[in-house]
Design a protein around this ligand. Structure first.
Ligand code: SF4
Length: 304
């Protein structure tokens, strides 16, 4: 499996060839796109079970636009979703939540995505660490668990998720997992990023070198590394959830129960939803170009 991360990887002029090459090798490709160019570049790709556009949508219109600092960003993302679904592509979504997210709105967002024909959804808290200059939009672990308990309990049968059930239980505070930083290694033109997608403590020239030279005991929440203290992100913990599932019979049985029988009914979670007071985002800061900007001018801006 290969995940191509966004912003907008469709800015890369050879992306259709790169994807075609991966699909020809029978690699499952998840291309994370903010969908700015998805609609107009769709014709350069062929629908395949190996290719999924993972559209970045952080919530309903107001929340997503605030999150990406782009008025009209939600409408562009959903236009991309509709166009890709109509053209027969596999379409999934990825949603990152920071402090200020409203669990009631996130649940309504899930309903909207399912109605739009999205195959499945992925959700993760944003990356947070103690020394970051902007703490006010970060979710600490306790607040993350409370928010995800509210969102993911009393689950609707219509919702489909593209995530390990155990990782989702971890987000809800029902499971303890330790980070697997090498579970989703990041490769770029600089090499293999040490130790994970989020931190940049140098690069290795090969995966072998990455595995052998990183001092893994210095990473993960239990390590005491302040940059890992509040981290619960997908790229570090999804692999841990999968490992839990396949590491024992108990893990397999718990996962099967989670998939087939559990809607996570929880009166306390419903109470949290009922009492949740949405925080004001404050004014949206538009840092990107207008929503109507063409692909040509976007490429000009990016230098491609
Ligand atoms: S906890 Fe894991 S994924 Fe998160 S920053 Fe640390 S090493 Fe990276």
């Amino acid at each position: 499996m290969v995940a191509i991360p966004g912003g907008e990887p469709l800015l890369h002029p050879q992306m259709p060839e790169i994807v075609a090459g991966l699909v020809a090798r029978k690699k499952y490709v998840y291309m994370c796109t903010n969908a700015l160019l998805l609609k107009e570049k769709l014709h350069l790709f062929k629908p395949s079970k190996y290719l999924s556009f993972s559209v970045h949508v952080d919530g309903q219109r107001e929340h997503h636009d605030f999150s990406v600092c782009r008025e009209g960003g939600y409408d562009i993302a959903m236009e991309g979703v509709h166009a890709a679904v109509a053209a027969g592509f596999r379409v999934t979504t990825n949603t990152t939540l920071f402090d200020g997210a409203d669990p009631n709105s996130v649940r309504a967002h899930f309903d909207e995505l399912m109605v739009a024909g999205v195959e499945s959804m992925m959700v993760s808290p944003g990356y947070t660490y103690d020394k970051a200059p902007d703490q006010k939009h970060f979710l600490g672990r306790a607040r993350s668990k409370k928010m995800f308990r509210a969102i993911l309990s009393n689950r609707k049968k219509t919702w489909r998720f593209n995530a390990s059930p155990i990782f989702m239980e971890f987000l809800m505070g029902k499971k303890d997992l330790t980070c697997t930083p090498w579970g989703m290694p990041t490769f770029s033109i600089f090499g293999w990023q040490k130790p994970c997608y989020l931190l940049q403590d140098g690069y290795a020239d090969s995966f072998k070198e990455l595995m052998e030279t990183v001092e893994w005991q210095n990473y993960g929440t239990e390590s005491g590394n302040p940059r890992c203290a509040n981290c619960m992100v997908h790229s570090g913990y999804e692999a841990s959830g999968v490992n839990y599932t396949f590491g024992s019979v108990t893990g397999l049985l718990q996962t099967a129960k989670a998939i087939f029988f559990s809607t996570y009914e929880d009166e306390g979670a419903q109470k949290i939803l009922n009492e949740w007071k949405p925080a004001s985002h404050g004014p949206l800061v538009q840092i990107a170009s207008p929503a109507t900007q063409t692909a040509a001018s976007l490429q000009e801006v990016s230098g491609d």
